[in-house]
Design a protein around this ligand. Structure first.
Ligand SMILES: Nc1nc2c(ncn2[C@@H]2O[C@H](COP(=O)(O)OP(=O)(O)OP(=O)(O)O)[C@@H](O)[C@H]2O)c(=O)[nH]1
Ligand SMILES: [Mg+2]
Length: 422
């Protein structure tokens, strides 16, 4: 079974909550606050494993959750940070957000953090001020939201072999590389892509052999169509045609039918430079059909090579031509990463503020509150009106209401006190 697409669930670790605790000292009834912060949650990291060739591992495991941060402890001890979760994928894995379908990462090499862990909460020791010496509250850690992602393997190869079943694609791969694909006279012998490295003088390139295509493949006929994604990222195509026509085929008709399937898959793929390989030249009558092909391409400049993948004849010249063309072709850029990761970071349950209640006062603090206050001048009515609008827009009023605040209650925003009006 070949698996080249998978849907998995990923989630970063939640932040550990801050601790509420007071020092215990001899002869002192209650000492100062000493509750430590919670640890940050672990992140979800994707890493390329060059040895992996399929997404098989994801058939059985769908859920990947990084470790949560540990809660803070007394004596100002911080909770342990949750361990990152590293998910190994084969090179060429494209990661897409399931909901939006947008590309989050194109894993070619190295590693990438896709979800960051939630920050740990603050322990009560953090909230001690000259006027509030015994804070009996701490904040909880940030929760991180899990998401579904689609993994799609788009093999990275320089050359893609295309053609009808049984034309000899796998035989050609075996003749030119150390790959040992299955070869047999029946159609659809190849069920998954095979890769091999071709060495030509001091140049080398990767060649991919995929299941054969047939007419109507784009409508679901045969099984090769889905596999075109594996040669989407090639720079050059070798279109293999069976010149022996032993199956009663017509070389030009075959060639055109495959071209049609390529076009229905993608214009970009159909626009790739192409070399035609007239195969099975060792069989009688092949010469004649190869001639037909050459005549057909006489005017458009497509190179036609006569080869026998079985005897190896002509394959060297074909590979040299491929190497020569590749040297002039640019390396394709990675699939554009359109910044989903930043959005995800914002979507974390990180509102930018915390609310806690003590002795009849609702305290609100956090980076967002500081930012709003920095822009506010309490002496100017206009500025205060804008300030109120910001409190509504950023959901602070709603959150206060949820915490139980009612008209007349005192709200303390990082030191600025006002009466709550609902
Ligand atoms: N005589 C001769 N037979 C060949 C040649 N190349 C391939 N064959 C035979 O053709 C049959 C099909 O070859 P494969 O390499 O499996 O063909 P394929 O294109 O990979 O086929 P699928 O994987 O089914 O798409 C096998 O029996 C091969 O031995 C050749 O140059 N000459
Ligand atoms: Mg094959």
């Amino acid at each position: 079974m070949f698996v080249d697409k998978a849907k998995i669930y990923i989630k970063a670790g939640d932040g550990g909550s801050g601790c509420v605790s007071f020092r215990r000292e001899k002869y002192v009834s209650t000492g100062g606050p000493d509750g430590g912060d919670g640890g940050n949650g672990g992140s979800v990291v994707f890493a390329v494993d060059p040895g992996m060739r399929t997404l098989m591992d994801f058939r059985y495991q769908h859920k990947f959750v990084a470790q949560d941060g540990e809660p803070g402890k007394k004596k100002n001890m911080h909770g342990k940070t949750g361990g990152d979760l590293v998910i190994h994928v084969p090179p060429g894995t494209v990661i897409k957000d399931f909901e939006s379908g947008r590309v989050a990462a194109d894993m070619r090499e190295g590693q990438k953090t896709l979800l960051s862990g939630g920050g740990g909460g603050k322990g009560n020791a953090r909230f001690a001020t000259s006027t509030r010496q015994k804070p009996s509250f701490a904040t909880s850690g940030r929760k991180s939201r899990g998401r579904f992602v689609i993994l799609e393997l788009k093999t990275i190869a320089d050359v893609g072999l295309i053609g009808f079943p049984s034309v000899g694609k796998s035989t050609l791969l075996a003749a030119c590389t150390s790959a040992r694909p299955k070869i047999a006279e029946y159609h659809f012998t190849t069920l998954k892509p095979n890769l091999g490295v071709v060495q030509v003088h001091d140049q080398s390139f990767v060649m991919a052999d995929i299941p054969g295509l047939i007419e109507g493949a784009h409508g679901g006929a045969g099984l090769g169509y889905d596999f075109l994604r594996h040669i989407e990222r090639t720079r050059l195509l070798i279109h293999v045609v069976d010149a022996s026509c032993t199956e009663g085929r017509d070389v030009i008709g075959d060639y055109r039918a495959i071209r049609q399937e390529l076009k229905s898959y993608s214009d970009a793929l159909a626009g790739r430079p192409e070399i035609v390989a007239a195969n099975k030249m060792d069989i009688e009558g092949a010469k004649e059909h190869a001639r037909e092909l050459k005549d057909y391409f006489a005017t458009n400049g497509t190179a036609v090579f006569e080869i026998s993948a079985a005897t190896g004849e002509g394959t060297r010249l074909l590979m040299e031509k491929a190497a020569e063309m590749l040297a002039k072709l640019p390396v394709p850029a990675p699939i554009v990463e359109d910044g989903v990761i930043e959005e995800w970071a914002l979507e974390r349950d990180d509102k930018g503020f915390d609310i806690y209640y003590e002795d009849g006062v609702y305290y609100v603090d956090g980076a967002l509150v500081k930012e709003i206050l920095a822009k506010t001048n309490p002496k100017e009515p206009d500025s205060m009106r804008h300030f109120q609008k910001l409190l509504v827009d950023f959901g602070i009023i709603k959150a206060l209401r949820k915490e139980g605040a009612k008209t007349g209650d005192t709200v303390n925003l990082e030191g600025l006190e006002f009466d709550f009006v609902d």
